[in-house]
Write a protein that binds this ligand. Structure first.
Ligand SMILES: [Zn+2]
Ligand SMILES: [Zn+2]
Length: 357
């Protein structure tokens, strides 16, 4: 295992910068906010730890990229910023997310609330779920894994047409596996940062995906008719477990973070770290390091304490209340599964201790 430990001075400059204007801007943070942000360069910090590389297949080893400090982010004229006219994050669910419409709605509400806490101050709207047939995308059965896959680029074309006028960005999410082109095996997601769009699949976040008895394997060998989408009727979707919810929260905020212009984090353990495989994605924390937090804060202008409180509230709200009209039977089993968030919950509590000292 290799540890990427940056010297204190390097982390300090990445966070605060050496540019007098940006230093002055930093001075405007409240003393409690600075106490938390400054944890970035405390060598023994319990909150923000150096990135560790576990194998040659980890992201930083296999995809060398340049770093992005706060100043580089701040001065990047090409990045997208929400405006008063374009300030909403839209999420378009594609295909089913569970056994019924109810689970799709409830799961989407959890993701919506989480993104609203994370991108504090920006409204997140869930568009009405659409069946795969509505998108008109191509689809296939993967030759190796024998599960259904839909064409990521076609879905981006669909989202482009659907993007509302007031959208800062639109992201499509689906439980069906994606492929970018015929010659590729699969892709977790695809995005167009200039267009403010992305499409992401959570199919491979199912703990069973790589097991021999994965229930999304199609037994039929018949040739697919490209115009006949009935194959998607009743197609397997994984159970919404706590781990799946955790993975989807991480993916969604990481990818929307890119649309804001945040590049892969190479400073400290952070949700913006690149990941090359599921084990590495699981290893990265749920939230941002102080350098990435300052980037997002400079765009959204949120109160840092308020943001951590909102994240904590989300992890505490186990009950799902909006579907008050559901019968007891229908609403049972709809508790937000937050068990996998325990470590993140404890971490947020430590941040709040520092912010409220
Ligand atoms: Zn990324
Ligand atoms: Zn970071």
């Amino acid at each position: 295992m290799k540890v990427i430990k940056h010297p204190e001075e390097v982390l300090k400059a990445a966070l605060i910068s050496k540019d007098t204007k940006l230093v002055k801007l930093y001075e405007k943070f409240q003393p409690n906010e600075k106490r938390l942000l400054n944890e970035a360069f405390q060598p023994e910090s319990l909150l923000f730890k150096p990135i560790t590389l576990h194998s040659e297949s980890d992201w930083i080893s296999s995809h060398p990229e340049s770093t992005q400090d706060f100043a580089q982010f701040y001065h990047d004229s090409r990045r997208n910023t929400p405006t008063p006219q374009k300030n909403r994050i839209y999420v378009q669910p594609i295909g089913s997310f569970g056994d019924s419409r109810i689970s799709t709605d409830v799961y989407m509400k959890w993701l919506q609330d989480y993104c609203e806490a994370f991108f504090c101050g920006l409204p997140v709207k869930i568009l009405k779920p659409v069946p795969v047939s509505h998108t008109g995308c191509a689809f296939r059965v993967n030759e190796c894994t024998h599960n259904l896959q839909i064409h990521a680029g076609h879905l981006l074309n669909y989202l482009k047409k659907k993007k509302p006028e007031d959208a800062f960005c639109i992201v499509g999410v689906t439980m069906i596996d994606l492929y970018p082109k015929d010659s590729w095996n699969f892709v977790f997601g695809q995005a167009s940062l200039t267009e403010g769009m992305g499409i992401f699949s959570f199919a491979r976040y199912d703990s069973d995906f790589y097991s021999a008895n994965y229930r999304g394997v199609l037994k039929t060998a018949k040739k697919l008719d490209p115009a006949d989408y009935t194959i998607f009727d009743g197609y397997y979707t994984p159970e919404i477990t706590s781990k799946l919810l955790l993975r989807s929260c991480k993916t969604l905020t990481h990818e929307i973070g890119h649309i804001f212009g945040l590049r892969h984090c190479q400073w400290l353990q952070c949700v913006m770290q690149g990941s090359n495989h599921l084990e590495e994605a699981d290893r990265r924390p749920l939230d941002l390091c102080p350098i990435c937090l300052r980037k997002l804060q400079s765009v959204l202008g949120f109160n840092i304490l308020g943001r951590y409180k909102a994240l904590q509230r989300w992890m505490e709200e186990e009950e799902n209340t909006p579907e008050a009209d559901l019968s007891n039977q229908a609403s049972s089993g709809l508790q937000k599964p937050v068990k996998a968030f325990q470590q993140s919950y404890d971490w947020v509590a430590k941040c709040l201790d520092i912010l409220q000292q």
